[in-house]
Write a protein of this length. Structure first.
Length: 92
């Protein structure tokens, strides 16, 4: 009842190691967008898995379950993810 949004960590296409991997990442993002999820632009986020792997730059996507403005999305994401704001916020 209190859930306002679902969050996804997705790879950045520009970080792909091959054209085939980039295509898969782009298709994954497009799939989530067709389902109603939006990329949170204007942030920098690194996924940290453990001490033995380097941090991975990722996108955050949000699937809002109610009306959600970019500033609200940033506030929610900041409660869960360690991110920094970079530029104008947008939900795409």
């Amino acid at each position: 009842a209190g859930c306002q949004a679902l969050w996804f960590e997705v790879e950045k296409p520009e970080e792909a190691h091959s054209p085939a991997e980039r295509l898969l990442v782009e298709r994954r993002i497009a799939f989530y967008q067709r389902q109603g999820a939006r990329l949170l632009r204007g942030i920098h986020y690194l996924q940290v898995i453990g001490a033995h792997q380097p941090p991975t730059p990722m996108h955050l996507m949000v699937h809002p379950l109610q009306a959600l403005e970019p500033e609200q999305a940033l506030a929610q994401a900041s409660q869960v993810f360690h991110l920094t704001r970079r530029g104008a916020l947008a939900l795409e």
